[in-house]
Design a protein around this ligand. Structure first.
Ligand SMILES: Nc1ncnc2c1ncn2[C@@H]1O[C@H](COP(=O)(O)OP(=O)(O)O)[C@@H](O)[C@H]1O
Ligand SMILES: [Mg+2]
Length: 335
């Protein structure tokens, strides 16, 4: 058993339903998150993987209090987050930081780099002005942004440099958790590795806990200790990173692995068919799963593969071997 002390961050049954107006004025419901539960150990990284639209960013927005979950619990160090309780929310806000995909869009273009990082320290009213100024220089040192860059405006920095500043800004108020939402997806391949290395170094030295979101399993492979795979707002598989790559069980995980050489645009299973997700409790993938059977339209519980490895597919109890990945491989490359 994992002791509760080791758990830095936990979500339980997180659910978010968006209601929007369609083009004809009709109400449309989107189940962006449906009963998502996971825990992250202190100083470790949880990778959250799934294609575009699977609900990854919605988790981050709920955690930061930018939107209110329809149901579920979010807890940091065992303390429930309630964004409605202002004092608690403020405290939480400092302890959870976020890094977005696009650094250009996450900085005020009028602020210098120093001021942008300094602004994040409004979350530390307990620090003196001097302490805050010192902290700004310290975190910019930590991400290797030279003195000559610090009075420049965001537009004068490259994407990679700016993402390093975003990381500096995130660590500045000494958070416990950083939610990294596709932090390398907008960057050139050449700087991706650099950012991933930096994040790893910082985690080692500061003991921060990460939730690292990506549509790209290969990126997550580099950083994550544990991985959850999401499909249409649900977790379909969760496992220690090694197990997930060595022994993927869910057809969707296998498909993601097989498709990791394709770009996100090429890999668009989820957009192909509209499912009526609002009323249907069955496996959300069954319309396009090559192994689907009648039983897949029933509600899918998690099945345990090994101690920390769980799969939302009844078939794993029937099959000893991973469900034929060759067949999935073919389905995708035929697209
Ligand atoms: N404000 C919103 N109103 C309606 N639907 C939304 C809203 N935000 C997100 N969604 C929908 O929720 C689903 C999950 O979106 P998101 O969390 O952004 O996915 P991801 O980050 O995995 O690409 C998508 O179907 C998206 O269209
Ligand atoms: Mg997203």
């Amino acid at each position: 058993m994992i002791s509760s002390q080791e758990i830095a961050f936990e979500v339980k049954g997180l659910t978010k339903i968006f209601r929007t107006r369609g083009a004809l004025g009709q109400t449309e419901t989107v189940h962006a998150l449906d009963g998502v539960s996971f825990a992250v150990l202190t100083g470790k990284t949880l990778g959250v993987v799934g294609e575009s639209g699977s609900g990854k960013s919605t988790i981050g927005r709920c955690v930061l209090g930018l939107i209110e979950p329809t149901a579920g619990k979010i807890a940091l160090d065992g303390q429930d987050l309630n964004h409605k309780r202002k004092s608690l929310a403020r405290q939480f806000r400092r302890q959870v930081q976020i890094v977005f995909q696009n650094p250009q869009r996450s900085f005020n273009p009028l602020f210098s780099i120093r001021n942008s990082v300094g602004e994040a320290l409004n979350l530390r009213p307990d620090w003196s002005r001097e302490q805050r100024q010192k902290r700004v220089e310290e975190v910019l040192d930590a991400v290797k942004i030279g003195d000559e860059m610090r009075d420049r405006k965001p537009e004068e920095l490259s994407g990679g440099q700016l993402q390093r500043v975003a990381v500096a800004r995130a660590i500045a108020p000494e958070p416990k958790l950083i939610f990294l939402d596709e932090p390398t997806s907008s960057l050139d391949l050449s700087v991706r590795g650099e950012i991933l290395r930096l994040l790893r170094e910082l985690q080692k030295s500061l003991g921060i806990t990460y939730v690292f979101v990506s549509h790209d399993l290969e990126v997550v492979r580099v950083v994550a200790d544990n991985i959850v795979v999401m499909y249409h707002g649900q977790i379909v598989e969760q496992a220690p990173a090694r197990d997930l790559f060595d022994n993927p069980k869910h057809p969707y995980t296998q498909a993601l692995l097989a498709a990791s050489e394709l770009s996100e645009d090429q890999f668009r299973w989820s957009q192909r068919t509209e499912l009526n997700l609002a009323t249907d409790n069955g496996c959300r993938m069954r319309d396009r799963c090559p192994f689907a059977e009648e039983k897949c339209s029933e509600s899918q519980a998690f099945n345990t593969v090994s101690r920390f490895h769980q799969v939302r597919c009844w078939k794993v109890t029937e099959y000893k071997q991973p469900i034929g990945s060759n067949k999935i491989n073919k389905t995708i490359t035929d697209e």
